[in-house]
Design a protein around this ligand. Sequence first.
Ligand SMILES: Cc1cc2nc3c(=O)[nH]c(=O)nc-3n(C[C@H](O)[C@H](O)[C@H](O)COP(=O)(O)OP(=O)(O)OC[C@H]3O[C@@H](n4cnc5c(N)ncnc54)[C@H](O)[C@@H]3O)c2cc1C
Length: 268
Amino acid sequence: MASCLQTLTSQFENRQAMIDYFSLLMPSDSAPLSEMQGGMSNALTRISQLNLEAYSRDRNYLTGHVSRLSPYIRHGLLSVADLNGTLAQQYPASVRARFIQQLAWRDYFHQMHSARPTQVWQDAETYKTGFSAKDYAQALPEDIALGQTGIKLIDQLIDQLLTQGYLHNHARLYLASYVVHWRRVAWQVGARWFLVHLLDGDIASNNYSWQWVASTFSAKPYIFNLDNLRRFAGETLDCDHPTNALFDASYEALAEQLFPYLTSEANG
Ligand SMILES: Cc1cc2nc3c(=O)[nH]c(=O)nc-3n(C[C@H](O)[C@H](O)[C@H](O)COP(=O)(O)OP(=O)(O)OC[C@H]3O[C@@H](n4cnc5c(N)ncnc54)[C@H](O)[C@@H]3O)c2cc1C
């Protein structure tokens, strides 16, 4: 048995040598490499490129000035406390507030997780969708796993997840909402799927965010429509494709369609 186990090489002369080594180990995996590159020097370069004034204005847009620091934080190259200290020397409190707020969300989810470690895969509350937990599928539909739903912008988002291992926060919200509310798949299933592919896969931030979308950790389900997509994602996703038509409605109409057992009062 022991002879079957092979120790993987972990030291390489350069990035290309590492790529060649893993290509040999996984010859059938022809997926392109993610644009995200690890290592401390890349993390420091990203910090030096931060523009927190622009971040405060446009972080919700898929083309916004987000940091893409999450994989470095997730893998322990940067601590939230150090980052906070470094930024405090460079920016006044009013400018760094929005960014620090996001780091605080991460800290909050981690504190939740360490206070209740066994709860991280359980519904914190019941769904506020008119459905109960047993109404949600326990397996990821194959078309979602493969990024072949036939809905242009959803497939574009899944492609980014599978090839880049990174999605903008708003893109994560759209995709999670589609999985849970349009396809009625349990949030745990979607959360597991994200954890497999995200380079910043972090059980606390990920699972509580999925629960927030699902409404088991928030007052109501998160949904979106095509107007919202056009506004925040129009420059990067093909929003005008006819297959996106299922999102082309008002929030009221979508809520009635997706959550038919809720009273109109609850939908509002
Ligand atoms: C469904 C879903 C799943 C998610 N899964 C993960 C995950 O597995 N790992 C993860 O680190 N984040 C997760 N997030 C939170 C957030 O989307 C990412 O942290 C953020 O998009 C990372 O990109 P960034 O570094 O450019 O963020 P920036 O906007 O530049 O934010 C700076 C840092 O703040 C933290 N942060 C930002 N937004 C959030 C947030 N909403 N919640 C918690 N921390 C935040 C991250 O550490 C991030 O690197 C998830 C969000 C959703 C909606």
